[in-house]
Design a protein around this ligand. Structure first.
Ligand SMILES: [Zn+2]
Ligand SMILES: [Zn+2]
Length: 251
């Protein structure tokens, strides 16, 4: 399984997560058929990567905070107007994902909001506390906005992704033994509900993960990704990858 870290930035102004023009907000492409998160600038980076958006079958969202989600409008609009998509698209996420997606499209007064004009069907899946379907498993975590962690398994390999939930017992259980443990990092020092490098290192060790990749990493570490990896390595002995936009990792 190939994971392309199309966009790696988050946005929490004042916490080193400002926008610099160097990186797009979160988007990952899994093989050629899934997208995980669609932050601001997702379409720009997907186009720069040469992604075939008509091959995408599912878009998964961890939670509705804008740096994980707001780029969806342009991706859906591009599928309609540029790609002339006909195949249905599944959008998976927390409770409210359908209302939020449809709401954004209609607030922006875009024709893609109209089910007939769009030309392709949108199928929504709102996640419960635990889910298992196709090659996907999810659990509901804990964050100010309802957040879900994912695990995707293909050909005997699996990766885990936590897009900002605290590492609850259930989230850690989902991560157990994953070949790649992907997490966002939001703050440098431990915080009530934002993930710090220490939390990722400890959680990956506890889950017995083989490798770690961190995204949403702070602007201060642009050009110094090795230094950032060392912060995680204090609590995790395996390989730590700090992907830049378009870094591809084979799982
Ligand atoms: Zn975020
Ligand atoms: Zn968030």
């Amino acid at each position: 399984m190939k994971i392309n870290f199309i966009g790696t930035a988050g946005l929490v102004p004042g916490m080193g997560l400002t926008i610099t023009g160097k990186r797009g907000q979160l988007t990952m492409q899994i093989d050629n058929d899934y997208l995980m998160e669609v932050g601001d600038g997702a379409l720009r980076n997907l186009n720069a990567n040469g992604t075939d958006l008509n091959a995408i079958k599912k878009i998964m969202i961890s939670h509705l905070h804008s740096d994980h989600f707001i780029g969806i409008v342009h991706v859906l609009f591009d599928m309609m107007h540029v790609r002339n998509r006909k195949e249905p698209l599944e959008i998976i996420g927390p409770k409210g994902i359908e209302r939020a997606t449809r709401g954004l499209m209609s607030l922006c007064e875009l024709p893609v909001a109209n089910d007939e004009k769009r030309g392709y069907e949108l199928k929504f899946k709102e996640l419960g506390a635990f889910e298992k379907f196709d090659d996907i498993q999810t659990v509901r975590g804990s964050h100010p906005s309802e957040a879900h962690a994912y695990r995707i398994s293909r050909n005997g390999r699996s990766f885990f992704y936590n897009g900002e939930s605290s590492f609850t017992k259930e989230v850690l259980e989902l991560a157990k033994g994953a070949d790649l443990f992907i997490s966002t990092v939001v703050v440098l020092k431990p915080h009530l509900f934002h993930i710090a490098p220490l939390d990722v290192g400890r959680a990956a060790t506890e889950a017995g993960a083989k490798r770690v990749a961190v995204i949403h990493w702070p602007t201060e570490y642009e050009g110094k990704r090795d230094e950032f990896a060392k912060l995680i390595n204090k609590h995790f002995k395996g390989e730590v990858i700090v992907p830049d936009d378009f870094t591809v990792v084979e799982v």
